[in-house]
Design a protein around this ligand. Structure first.
Ligand code: BTN
Length: 330
């Protein structure tokens, strides 16, 4: 028997494929293997979520409205067929936490979690990630069981970030950049943060959770004052309204596809090429704080393991594996 969520996905896909056109009840019933009465039951539930269907005499129904807020059924229907499962929560402490709990409980990976709200969304260095509901933001986590040498994990995050830069460039027509090691920016403003967390032993990373917080369409008034000056959104950079569910589906598909490519082979040449295109720090004077130490110098790209190359004024090149970067104005 088909799971109700799969039935919903199949139904919505038929409407999305028809665009402005009509879909007949008989056709829908055939696609999902249910009676027409059962199909209309599903469509009525969709209407409660903000979809609208217009009857067209003797031809069926047309989709005339879809929800603007995050909607799990719509995102699933917009994902490519065969995409890994997507789970949706109205509220959770942190999608990274939830993905980790599900891996620990042996849920088959890969899978993704999206939440409308996080009550304890977190960033690097134990910071809080601003995660209210109905914010126009995407809070998402992706879980994998990779069998990956631990030293390749930083490169995984950079690779996904670079692939997201390519996607966001296409979506906005602007130029997103990666600020090593985990921020996506448009110029000085941050649009997304990535948080990769792993479990395993010294030789192998066996569980990997990649978390992404992405500002898609946050209204200016929603930002707390301390973030307002440093944050941006995709909609602002694109200069137009963006559909949150469409963006979410593209982002989720991009992360899954990029992860699959990374685990299948080492995309070293592609990383080097994408890094040249999207490196925010290239040639800039920066400080990198590592615990109580701070290194200052010129950013010179990354090495084969994804470590940041920092050329100091003494002429040494440091390979920094972690740290917090501050751009210096000279
Ligand atoms: C950072 O910039 O410090 C990383 C931020 C990562 C935030 C995302 S939101 C979804 C996922 N769940 C979390 O608790 N954190 C990540």
């Amino acid at each position: 028997m088909t799971h109700p969520a799969e039935t919903e996905t199949l139904l919505l896909r038929e409407f999305l494929a028809a665009g402005d056109g009509c879909v007949s009840g008989a056709h829908l019933a055939k696609v999902v293997g249910l009676s027409r009465v059962a199909v209309w039951g599903h469509l009525h539930r969709f209407e409660v979520e903000g979809f609208a269907f217009e009857p067209v005499h003797s031809r069926g129904y047309r989709l005339t409205a879809r929800p603007s807020g995050l909607n799990a059924a719509l995102i699933r229907a917009l994902l490519p067929a065969g995409a890994p499962p997507l789970f949706f929560l109205d509220s959770v402490d942190s999608t990274n936490e939830e993905a980790g709990r599900q891996l620990a409980a042996d849920r088959a990976a890969p899978f993704a979690f999206v939440a409308a709200e996080q009550t304890r969304g977190r960033g690097r260095f134990g910071r809080t990630w601003f995660s209210p509901s109905e914010s126009g933001n995407l809070y998402s986590s992706f879980a994998f069981r990779p069998s990956l040498p631990p030293e390749r994990v930083p490169l995984f995050t950079l690779w996904i970030g670079l692939n997201l830069c390519e996607l966001l460039a296409a979506e906005t027509g602007a130029a997103p950049q990666l600020k090593w090691p985990n921020d996506l920016h448009f110029g000085p403003r941050k649009v997304a943060g990535m948080l990769t967390e792993t479990r395993g032993d010294a030789d192998q990373t066996r569980e990997l959770v990649f978390g992404l917080g992405l500002n898609v369409a946050t209204p200016d008034s929603a930002w707390p004052r301390e973030l307002a000056a440093h944050a941006t959104t995709l909609a602002r950079e694109a200069g137009r309204t963006l559909d949150l569910n469409t963006v979410a589906a593209k982002v989720i598909a991009c992360v899954f596809a990029a992860a699959e490519r990374f685990f299948a082979r080492h995309p070293a040449d592609e990383i080097a090429e994408l890094w040249r295109r999207h490196d925010l720090l290239a040639g800039k004077t920066i400080s990198v704080r590592q615990g109580s130490e701070t290194h200052t110098g010129t950013a010179r790209g990354i090495d084969a393991d994804g470590a940041l190359l920092l050329r100091t004024s003494a002429g040494r090149t440091l390979h920094l594996r972690a740290g917090e970067v501050t751009l210096r104005t000279r």
